[in-house]
Write a protein that binds this ligand. Structure first.
Ligand code: LLP
Length: 760
């Protein structure tokens, strides 16, 4: 292929494009599109071309520095460092990547036109090799920063504006008189700057620098600018004794962009420039300075091809045909910003269903996918007919494309691969949707508190709490003296714990929920907590219907909103089980029904059950209890001992229950992880179920607790439905002091996900 494509690129008879031995369609398939493919051989060959040309054409010391602004990533920095180039950076960001990539600081040149004292200090700290000073402000900052360096003076360059106009787009001309860059030679600023710098004790001006623009085709223009710098240096030598040790005539050498552009060989450019430098020095009687070139574009442009997937076509008869691709101005702003011209090739989609592909050529305009009329990559190009699914390959895509890429329309930036000998290597992965949120913080730490029969829970929504609160934060928030105060935290709706099939008709996806005790421990299920969460969803997140599923670590439950205002909610809690293995209870597999156990030298008869969490029920109706036995006292005194009986490896909730009639129970509760509590939904389920199992009651059962009554219906298969009131208590924002230890999202972690570790 021609000068516009990476070395060795070829198109085969199947219309497959090969880059570095890799098939473009396979790269696109594997890494997705838009994809930027850099060819390693081209990068190395271009670097070596500069180095070799300098050696051949310039009879004194010389070096090439890569202008990182054209595009930099870690692997590219490593590659150029390995090629022995120096590097030119213009920001702390480029400096950081260059250093990480293995450039010794001494091989870094630092440019810029408005660096703060902090940035300059940072560069000094890092020990960058050369700082090119652009203006008096920077010069004063540097003079102050280096005042106490003693004999170890800081070598700098002065950036000069030589007054040479480059023939290139106005946006990328920098050498003319009317420019923001550098000290103007003509007005005398350059001389004043030199004198000021020579008088600063910590600075040594070792060279001068200019950069007159980019995408310049006339080597003579660049040569003229270099000669101007030398003439200036010669004048300064005779007037002030200035010695020009180093000359940096910048970068700017152009590259062909479309077929009609002439080739721009590096060798002849370097030859013209070197010749001019030698001639100017000779004429002025100066010794040849060290020559430092700074190419950006001409090192990387040709190495990369951008691959896009073709999508929509819009034909406006007699006007224009638009073919849209899946990238555009966010990954390549150059056509929109500089009217830059690109060309392209079609890579036909061989999986295409179209039996007869038309091969006729047509004139089309390649549009990007971004919401701007100006988002046009190529206006009027003749190509074989493009169909959705084809690839479009745009060459000369290595320079100032990715480097200027944005997240406009919140587009993730493309993946970048390096190809060599048939091997692709990912240099930059495609941005993910989570990357787009990586720097974002929610607007506040809101909470919503509800109560249900004396149980109060705080709902923390992942929209405000991207990660579940830490145990310490939970303890503080639930603390009734210090925090908001609650029986627990409900964190959701999050991703459902496992791919559970919702038990609702035409089942919508369940809402995920994680539940936390006030002591920070996590638990599986809570009847009142779940009803509160259902009310929260009803109030804020509007489930599609009055029935919806909630997924917890204790299984799937289905909520029914009975009243339009959400004030009464019933919950299908799943099935009760009396199987000791499911609860769990230690010892041989069995049902634990009225089993005798001695606690604090008192004999009790316990019945154990689970409805996702463990329960231990003691009926206070046999000869071992006084008729008027105080249930609350029993719960408070014996509850904590029963909770931690070795019989219950996961600990247990404890209920003391007195049957009042066939359909009514009275109950006091000791809750695992929470202590004495006024009401509990799963406890009511367990009490009703065990009362039925032991023949004391029949469904439905009303369970009276100090906090209020719950209505429990138990079916023949032991599935339980729980009904009662729920109401909002208050809402607000917790102070950072309460939430302070709650982790904010870190990169890569998906907010709202249920990456839970199994409960101990
Ligand atoms: N040195 C200095 C001080 C520069 O300012 C530049 C580019 C270079 C070297 C490298 O120039 P190159 O060899 O790449 O032409 N975004 C524009 C180009 C801006 C160039 C800025 N300075 C574009 O896409 O055409």
């Amino acid at each position: 292929m021609d000068k516009l494509w990476p070395i060795g690129a070829r198109m085969d008879e199947d219309e497959e494009l090969w880059l570095g031995g890799c098939a473009a369609s396979e790269l696109a398939e594997r890494f997705g599109t838009p994809l930027y493919v850099f060819d390693e051989a081209t990068l190395r060959q271009r670097s070596q071309a500069y180095q070799a040309a300098l050696k051949r054409r310039y009879p004194a010391s010389a070096q090439t520095a890569y202008a990182a602004k054209a595009y930099l990533c870690l692997a590219l920095a490593q590659l150029f460092a390995e090629e022995g180039l120096d590097i030119d950076v213009v920001s702390a960001g480029e400096l950081h990547v260059a250093l990480r990539g293995g450039f010794p600081a001494a091989r870094v040149h630092f440019h810029g036109n408005n660096r703060s004292a902090g940035e300059l200090a940072q560069a000094l700290e890092a020990g960058v090799g050369r700082i090119a000073v652009d203006n008096f402000h920077e010069l004063e900052l540097l003079a102050a920063l280096t005042a106490s360096r003693g004999s170890d003076r800081l070598p700098i360059w002065l950036r000069l504006a030589p007054g040479v106009q480059a023939h290139t787009h106005a946006h990328i001309q920098t050498g003319q008189v009317d420019t923001k860059f550098g000290f103007t030679i003509a007005g005398g600023d350059a001389e004043r700057a030199l004198l000021r710098a020579m008088s600063a004790p910590g600075i040594e001006v070792v060279g001068v620098h200019a950069h007159i623009g980019s995408q310049i085709y006339q080597a003579e223009t660049l040569a003229t600018a270099a000669s101007r710098l030398i003439e200036f240096a010669a004048q300064m030598r005779s007037r002030h004794g200035f010695i020009l040790a180093e000359l940096s005539p910048g970068g700017g050498w152009g590259v062909p962009m479309v077929e009609g552009d002439p080739a721009a060989p590096i060798e002849s450019f370097v030859a013209t420039l070197a010749q001019a430098v030698v001639a100017a020095c000779r004429a002025a009687g100066l010794e040849l300075p060290h020559l430092a070139l700074e190419p950006g574009r001409s090192l990387v442009a040709q190495a990369a091809v951008a691959l896009y997937r073709v999508g929509a076509r819009k034909e406006i008869p007699g006007v224009r045909t638009y073919v849209s691709v899946d990238g555009g101005m966010a990954d390549n702003i150059r056509p929109a910003l500089y009217e830059a011209k690109y060309t392209a090739r079609r890579v036909v989609n061989r999986k295409s269903q179209i039996a007869e592909r038309k091969s006729d050529h047509e004139r089309v305009t390649i549009a990007g996918r971004f919401c701007e009329s100006g988002d046009i990559l190529i206006r009027d190009i003749v190509l074989p007919r493009l169909e959705p699914g084809d690839l479009l390959a745009i060459p000369m895509a290595g320079a100032y494309t990715l480097a200027m890429a944005s997240n406009y329309n919140l587009a993730p930036r493309p993946a970048v691969v390096l190809v060599r000998d048939g091997q692709p290597r990912l240099m930059q992965r495609r941005e993910t949707l989570e990357d787009l949120l990586a720097r974002d913080l929610p607007r506040g730490r809101r909470f919503h508190k509800y109560q249900a029969l004396g149980n109060d829970y705080i709902v923390l929504d992942p929209a405000d709490w991207p990660l579940p609160p830490s145990p310490a934060a939970i303890r503080r928030i639930c603390d009734r003296r210090y925090g908001v105060g609650a029986d627990g935290i409900l964190w959701g709706p999050c991703e459902p714990a496992e791919a559970a099939t919702p038990a609702v008709p035409q089942g919508a996806r369940p809402f995920g929920l994680r539940l936390f005790n006030p002591d920070g421990s996590e638990f599986e299920k809570s009847g009142n907590g779940l009803r509160i969460f259902a009310r929260y969803l009803w109030d804020r997140r509007r489930p599609p219907g009055r029935q919806f599923a909630i997924s917890t670590a204790g299984g799937l439950v289905v909520a029914h909103v009975l009243d339009e205002d959400g004030s009464r909610i019933s919950m299908e809690m799943g099935r009760l089980s009396f199987d000791s293995r499911a609860i769990p209870v230690a010892g041989p597999p069995r049902e634990v029904i009225e089993e005798r156990i001695t606690v604090a030298s008192r004999e009790l008869r316990i019945t154990a059950a689970t409805i996702g969490n463990p329960h231990c029920v003691v009926f206070v109706d046999d000869e071992t209890f006084e008729v008027s036995q105080d249930l609350e006292g029993l719960a408070k005194n014996l509850g904590p001992l029963l909770e931690r009986q070795p019989l219950f490896p996961n600990r247990t909730n404890v209920q003391f229950v007195r049957p009042l009639d066939r359909h009514t129970l009275r109950m006091a509760i000791w809750e695992r992880g929470a202590g004495y509590t006024l009401a509990s939904g799963t406890s009511a389920c367990a009490a009703a179920g065990t009362a039925i199992r032991t023949g004391r009651c029949a469904s439905p059962v009303t369970v009276q607790m100090p906090g209020g009554a719950l209505h429990v219906e138990v079916a023949g298969d032991w599935s339980v439905r729980l009904t009662g009131a729920v109401e909002p208590v208050c809402r607000g924002e917790v102070s950072e002091g309460l939430a302070g230890e709650c982790p904010m999202p870190a990169g890569g972690r998906s907010p709202g996900s249920c990456n839970r570790s199994p409960r101990s």
